[in-house]
Design a protein around this ligand. Structure first.
Ligand code: 13P
Length: 257
């Protein structure tokens, strides 16, 4: 399975000038990258999706949104639908990021509705799951992951499951510089795989990519992705610095070679 690296740019690149500088720098750095075997995805704020798509389509970099609404159209002031995102040329969408769960009260039911909307429009959803610090201390990591995955997947048919990517993002590892051990990550990966095997059988489950996110950089990528054999990474802060982001890509590439 091809490894994937997703850059979540979050609510950054505030001006058009800043956006353009970022894209120029990204393109420049990308040219220096030796042969690439990893799927690269950038998820900028919605206002920059069109420009990113335009600039990056010739570079074989896919573009994704950071969020969608679950309805397709209508009186939902301020929301952006899956179809709108798809029509801008996006291939992916992040769903249920812990920041959305925390600040916008996104429940597992909402995640499920958004997941259905994404699949309906043939966007590939990157569904984020992960325990908080308190849940980890209480020994509830597996319990949290099981309910997030199970409830997120309600009524998702086997025909669509290969389109879904799960990102294990422990909330306490995001933005903190602290990362889980290889064994911690492996355990969560196995927990997710087990649910998938039970629900869809082993050959369908094999096709679902499970990636890791939370303080990923060129120094941590070996421990959080290569050692536990994850299918890729979801990168926050480091994706804002193209040279650092592409350093991670290079490490993944070298490993594949
Ligand atoms: P950091 O890489 O900044 O820890 O953020 C991770 C994240 O939230 C990616 O979605």
């Amino acid at each position: 399975m091809q490894k994937i690296i997703v850059g979540n740019l979050k609510m950054n690149l505030l001006t058009l000038a800043e956006r353009d500088r970022y894209l120029e720098s990204f393109e420049r750095e990308l040219k220096n990258l030796p042969e690439n075997k990893v799927e690269i995805v950038l998820c900028p704020p919605a206002v920059h999706l069109e420009k990113f798509g335009e600039k990056l389509k010739t570079q074989e970099v896919a573009v994704g949104a950071q969020n969608i609404f679950w309805e397709e159209r209508g009186s939902f002031t301020g929301e952006i639908s899956s179809l709108m995102i798809k029509n801008l040329g996006c291939k992916y969408v992040i769903i249920g990021h812990s920041e959305r769960r925390k600040y916008f009260q996104e429940t597992n039911e909402i995640v499920n509705a958004k997941l259905k909307a994404a699949l309906q429009t043939k966007l590939m959803p990157i569904v984020c799951v992960g325990e908080s610090q308190e849940e980890r201390i209480a020994g509830d990591t597996a319990k949290v992951i099981i309910s997030q995955v199970n409830q997120g997947l309600v009524d998702i048919p086997i025909s669509k499951i290969a389109e879904v990517i799960f990102a294990y993002e422990p909330v306490w590892a995001i933005g903190s510089g602290v990362i889980p051990t290889e064994d911690d990550i492996l355990e969560v990966k196995i927990t997710i795989k087990k649910i998938l095997v039970e629900k869809y059988g082993s050959s369908a489950a094999e096709k679902v990519r499970i990636i890791y996110g939370g303080s990923v950089n060129s120094k941590t990528v070996a421990q959080v992705c290569l050692a536990p054999q994850m299918d890729g990474v979801l990168v926050g802060r480091e994706s804002l610095i193209p040279s650092e982001f592409l350093k991670i890509v290079e490490i993944l590439n070298n490993h594949i070679a």
